[in-house]
Write a protein that binds this ligand. Sequence first.
Ligand SMILES: Cc1cc2nc3c(=O)[nH]c(=O)nc-3n(C[C@H](O)[C@H](O)[C@H](O)COP(=O)(O)OP(=O)(O)OC[C@H]3O[C@@H](n4cnc5c(N)ncnc54)[C@H](O)[C@@H]3O)c2cc1C
Ligand SMILES: *[C@@H]1O[C@H](CO)[C@@H](O)[C@H](O)[C@H]1NC(C)=O
Ligand SMILES: *[C@@H]1O[C@H](CO)[C@@H](O)[C@H](O)[C@H]1NC(C)=O
Ligand SMILES: *[C@@H]1O[C@H](CO)[C@@H](O)[C@H](O)[C@H]1NC(C)=O
Ligand SMILES: *[C@@H]1O[C@H](CO)[C@@H](O)[C@H](O)[C@H]1NC(C)=O
Ligand SMILES: *[C@@H]1O[C@H](CO)[C@@H](O)[C@H](O)[C@H]1NC(C)=O
Length: 594
Amino acid sequence: MGLLIRSSFVQLSLALLAIASPVEQRERGTIAKRQDGTYSCKCYEGDDCWPTKAAWSTLSTAVGGRLEKVVPVAAVCYNEFEGIPTYDAEECAQVTENYSNEQWQTDQQVLNLWDYWTNTTCLPTDNPEASCTLGYYPEYVIMAETASDVKAGIDFARENNVRLIIRNTGHDFLGRSTGYGSLAINTHSFKDMEYMKHYISPGGEYEGSALKIGAGVQGVDIYSLLNKQDPPQVFIGGECATVGIAGGYIQGGGHGPLSTLYGMAADQALEFEVITADGEFRSVSAVNNPDLFWALKGGGPATYAAVLSVTVKTFDDTKAAGFTLDLNTTHTTNADLFWKGVEIFHSYSNHWIENGMMVYFEIYSGNMFRVHPAVGPNMTAEQLQTLAQPVMDELDAAGVPYDYAIKEFGSFYDLYMELFEPEPVPQTALVGGRIFAKADIADYNAEIVQGYRSGIDGDAGNMLYIGHVVGPGVGKPEADNAIHPTWRQASTFTITSLAVPVGANLTQKRTLQDYLNEKVDGPLIAASPNGAAYVNEGNLEEPNWQEAYWGFKYPRLYELKKKWDPEHVFYARTTPGTEAWEVIDTNTRLCKKL
Ligand SMILES: Cc1cc2nc3c(=O)[nH]c(=O)nc-3n(C[C@H](O)[C@H](O)[C@H](O)COP(=O)(O)OP(=O)(O)OC[C@H]3O[C@@H](n4cnc5c(N)ncnc54)[C@H](O)[C@@H]3O)c2cc1C
Ligand SMILES: *[C@@H]1O[C@H](CO)[C@@H](O)[C@H](O)[C@H]1NC(C)=O
Ligand SMILES: *[C@@H]1O[C@H](CO)[C@@H](O)[C@H](O)[C@H]1NC(C)=O
Ligand SMILES: *[C@@H]1O[C@H](CO)[C@@H](O)[C@H](O)[C@H]1NC(C)=O
Ligand SMILES: *[C@@H]1O[C@H](CO)[C@@H](O)[C@H](O)[C@H]1NC(C)=O
Ligand SMILES: *[C@@H]1O[C@H](CO)[C@@H](O)[C@H](O)[C@H]1NC(C)=O
């Protein structure tokens, strides 16, 4: 029957409506009976309902030959992949060398920067005898170049009940841009950018400068294009230059170095062009499909539609000043003194945001604290120094030693290019995090920092906290969207990251996830009664994730998922409406619990 459905889906599915039983009609996948219940699953290779070679080849023709069978890029370091000889010493050397390059990683077909989620079954190696398998990478990928390629992929996935993944840069910390046995659509080549000095939004509520960007555009492309305008412009992008903007970043909310002044990335969106789950191209704005517009602005990545482009506000660039601060074992080996320093610095979070600043910091195992950098937009070094002086006085009074440097820049752009650093990639790590509200910092700063300390002290040296002191409510952005309301009260958002050894077995992985839940995120949740969590940089096992990620906005998001993607063509874990869905059989089959 599966074969017939595939050969001419539309006519046959109509015919089937008449003859099939209600369960068969609804579920074109497979039924899986497991100990904890019965599931209806998407179709996987080897299942009767998996598309035939002919069906894949029809898809390939529809996308101009841009459908590729996924072969992990590091297969060139192994003798064979799926029975085909793949070894090439020279190519292997290149892949190995480039593997730690962030931009190179994002340019690949399906790589994931946080490669824990690929199951790390084909990493570069100098042992060609080892085995290279697909792990949790997709089976096929469409290297999309046109809207019609994206539509073809969505239609194919929907009609054949195959899991669909949209892969933009592969930055997702939670593995949501990869998936076992899936068809991926890679949007990396959607690189168009158009700056509009005098733009009017479709509903007329915004008049000013704006930028339209394709789905594949990365932060760094935009920062440099905007810098060339007259007057030079800035926008809300991430702290990391290679993160995409129109994909997961804006759909999850998106914070950045200028968010205290202008708000979240989702506050900047003026229009989207998308393909929805039914395969239709749609313009989305305050006047066209306004409910979808609201949901796309922070309601969750890969949930409501495949975004082709987004138009965002831009702002005049200004001068800026930044400082860096280091406190580590070079300065003191006294752990209590180290943590006293962290506590003092952290207690100034509200102070920084109330003055329009953003501060990026890292705390990691081995008593390492790095502030690289603190950003003072539209400030001279003298103005920033005045703001930094109280914290330095307090550190000095407590006898905490540290290194500090301050610098003034002609523009935020210059500061961004000089002071923000690339991230070491790839990383095999579990991620969580917590948004701390201003009231949490005011009342529970010591408890929060004690939470960091106990998380670091209790593990085997693999903990990293990445802090973003950012207040997206301070500048009072005018935007009605799906981001958690707590963002407007936020003072700091901290990512928690726990490294997992490559090759860890399932027991070790479970133990580390439990550690993250109970000993890392647990204490931070307990110490922040006013806090929330961030879907892009959160824990896949976040308790009450609906409330934690969206607060009172969740019920509306749930209804909109039912409206815009009733057949669950799109899926990302812990996004609206996915309660009944689960990736069973050790992170392989995506199924709906019946
Ligand atoms: C080094 C690093 C730094 C980061 N810095 C920041 C930061 O400063 N601020 C911040 O807010 N976040 C930051 N993030 C998190 C970032 O917001 C998320 O990882 C985000 O999901 C990345 O989106 P992407 O499209 O680039 O990545 P991808 O991994 O390609 O995609 C992420 C998710 O979005 C979906 N998606 C991608 N493209 C589309 C599309 N066109 N339509 C629909 N769904 C799509 C994917 O299916 C997936 O679920 C950072 C992440 C990393 C790894
Ligand atoms: C990859 O590495 C090779 C050297 O091995 C280098 O010549 C090449 O420029 C690199 N490519 C990219 C995209 O970084
Ligand atoms: C994923 O890795 C685990 C080991 O951590 C292994 O048991 C399992 O077979 C792998 N699955 C796939 C599909 O690669
Ligand atoms: C920068 O500061 C100046 C002087 O304080 C002020 O007039 C201007 O509005 C500020 N610019 C921005 C973009 O905030
Ligand atoms: C501590 O920070 C300083 C920068 O102030 C740096 O030079 C030094 O290498 C760091 N020490 C360690 C142990 O990382
Ligand atoms: C998993 O790995 C740990 C540490 O190497 C080991 O002690 C344990 O026996 C392994 N468990 C299984 C089920 O293989």
